[in-house]
Design a protein around this ligand. Structure first.
Ligand SMILES: Nc1ncnc2c1ncn2[C@@H]1O[C@H](COP(=O)(O)OP(=O)(O)OP(=O)(O)O)[C@@H](O)[C@H]1O
Ligand SMILES: [Mg+2]
Length: 356
């Protein structure tokens, strides 16, 4: 299996303002909080010393409040914004060392962006909007239209090929934006709050579309949102940003179950824990007499699903992984998770972990 990350980011900084270059290397300046830094230097550190990998096939969510640096971070990945310091690699290739033509290739073929306000060309039809990326790649008209029609069908826009963006609803326009990004068959899709302008029902439909693309095509995606529910729903892993820093990076379960600090704890306070936490976190060792009794649940079943199974059977459930009972959950441990009194076991403690 190829485990090279799609993106690998190390010590990334983006500082806006006068003599921005001096900030990342100056310990006195980097120690300042954002307001102090601004008043002392006139600079804004939009991204501060950020490191992460985006793995092949994952949905990597960047979440944070307005102004926390999400857009700046994702734009740095393809150098739509020039980083101030740090390294960025795509498939092991140094992005900061790329010349203009290599960068163009990166943006046209390898990493396609879907924007919040769609960014469609108003005078072109849906078909030609979707084909646009292929056109600038130099593909011939017949071929690109054929390819565009295929992608249009995939995102559910058949029949609307000859309309112009102004004749579409917001949700339909965003499907065009998504289709345009998909048409170039990029290795990674970058989404900058693509659904925040959509009403809740359409938004949910678009989220399902992203989940489907992820599941059926194994697309790697970097998805920005300030919406926690959306982050938890879509993300395999979530990087939570505050003032330019990543304050926690983890699975939804890790973020909700073990918030790194008070800021994160506050952020996730209202999340229904039983819908995010899995029985893997809640289970305890099976005792000899419990093996073989009770309903079976998978280790990645949610606590909410396990509660249902336990309630229906009136007995503790067995957590079964690859035919082996790896733990037991009863109503006490499950309710402990809901109440937040059951803390996930840190790695290396005696809780049985499934064999991976
Ligand atoms: N071109 C710029 N010049 C100066 N400061 C900038 C520039 N672009 C962004 N900033 C500042 O950098 C910080 C991060 O901005 P960014 O747009 O990345 O935030 P965001 O998390 O995407 O916010 P939102 O959710 O509102 O889109 C903000 O304080 C912003 O004012
Ligand atoms: Mg933004």
């Amino acid at each position: 299996m190829d485990t090279t990350p799609v993106f690998s980011v190390e010590g990334l900084w983006k500082v806006f303002g006068p003599k921005a270059d001096r900030v990342p290397g100056d310990p006195e300046l980097t120690a300042l909080d954002p307001a102090e830094l601004r008043s002392r230097t006139g600079c804004t550190a939009a991204v501060r010393d950020v490191s992460f990998d985006v793995r092949k096939g994952e949905v990597f969510v960047v979440m944070g409040l307005s102004g926390s640096g999400k857009s700046t971070l994702v734009r740095c990945l393809t150098r739509l914004i020039e980083p101030t310091a740090g390294t960025i690699a795509i498939d092991g290739e140094d992005v900061r060392a790329m010349d203009r033509s290599r960068l163009r290739e990166l943006r046209r073929h390898r990493a396609a962006m879907v924007f919040q306000h769609f960014g469609l060309l108003p005078h072109r039809t849906v078909l030609d909007n979707v084909a646009y990326g292929l056109e600038i790649q130099g593909m011939g008209k017949a071929e690109r239209r054929e390819k565009a029609a295929e992608v249009i069908a995939k995102v559910g826009l058949e029949g609307l090929e000859h309309r112009r963006p102004g004749q579409l609803s917001g949700g339909q326009q965003q499907r065009v934006g998504l289709a345009r990004a998909l048409a170039v068959d990029p290795e990674v899709l970058l989404f900058d709050e693509p659904f925040s302008a959509l009403d809740p029902l359409i938004r949910r439909e678009m989220q399902e579309e992203v989940i489907r693309l992820h599941r059926d095509e194994g697309r790697t995606m970097v998805f920005i949102t300030h919406d926690l529910q959306e982050a938890l729903k879509l993300g395999d892993r979530i990087a939570l940003m505050r003032d330019g820093r990543v304050v926690q990076l983890g699975t939804p379960e890790e973020i909700v179950g073990s918030p790194a600090d008070d800021y994160v704890r506050d952020f996730v306070r209202d999340v229904p824990r039983e819908q995010v936490m899995t029985v893997r976190t809640a289970m305890r060792r099976p005792s000899a007499d419990q093996d073989g009794n009770g309903p079976a649940v998978r280790p990645d079943a949610t606590v909410s699903e396990a509660i249902e199974a336990v309630a229906r059977a009136g007995a503790p459930a067995r957590v079964v992984d690859k035919g082996r009972c790896v733990g037991v959950v009863d109503s006490d441990t499950l309710l402990g998770v809901v109440a937040g009194t059951e803390q996930p076991a840190p790695p290396g403690t005696e809780q049985p972990k499934e064999a991976v």
